[in-house]
Design a protein around this ligand. Structure first.
Ligand code: ZN
Length: 202
């Protein structure tokens, strides 16, 4: 399966001059929501991710996604794995599990995101699951921005990866773009202005 082509066909791999949530600038931006707006594509991607996870022999009780970005990927993956789907959400900036979701002592929870950049949000949500007695057994994402090493891939883990090294990380593809500090950004030097993805209809 050509994941990059699927993202490009869905106009989910944007090219321009973007200001990322980290503050860095990039020529590219992944808008996974655009890929997932077609439920058939969402199912195809989730099925492929579920296949990897099943083949690894990992036993999953529940998929937990950090809202908002991970919701659709998490639900689609839970459907493909035929397990429970829950989510964590921020309340006043702090990750929480609400809405009556319960986590049992020792429940085997797989964290799921649409894209893993450093894995910060996924791990914040994972700590909430652990505080409720759950056991984090792995992390899954449709796309990997290349800072963390996923299963069966050759890139190495970078210093800013926040995922634990003792649990597996499953993703379908590595999307490794250059990122620049604003004062070292060649796109800024060329005179264009970085935009926040989502701020101009993208
Ligand atoms: Zn720039």
């Amino acid at each position: 399966m050509d994941i990059k082509k699927i993202y490009m066909d869905a106009d989910a791999l944007l090219e321009g001059h973007f200001k990322l949530s980290s503050g860095n600038h990039s020529q590219f931006y992944l808008q996974s929501a655009k890929v997932l707006e077609d439920p058939k594509v969402a199912k195809t991607l989730a099925d492929a991710l579920a296949k990897q996870i099943k083949e690894s022999g990992l036993k999953v009780d529940t998929v937990c996604a950090p809202a908002l970005g991970g919701l659709i990927a998490g639900f689609a993956l839970a459907t493909a794995l035929d397990v429970r789907s829950i989510f964590a959400e921020r309340v006043d900036g702090v990750m929480n599990i609400r809405r009556g979701f319960e986590v049992k002592e020792g429940e085997r929870v797989l964290m799921c995101e649409d894209i893993i950049t450093t894995g910060g949000s996924a791990m914040e949500a994972a700590h909430v699951v652990e505080s409720l007695g759950g056991k984090i057994i792995g992390v899954a994402a449709l796309a990997n921005r290349g800072f963390c090493k996923r299963e069966n891939a050759n890139i190495s883990t970078k210093d800013n990866c926040k995922l634990p090294q003792n649990i597996p990380f499953f993703a379908l593809e590595d999307f490794t773009f250059e990122m620049y500090a604003p004062d070292a950004c060649p796109l800024c030097k060329d005179g264009s202005e970085a935009i926040k993805p989502g701020s101009r209809g993208n």
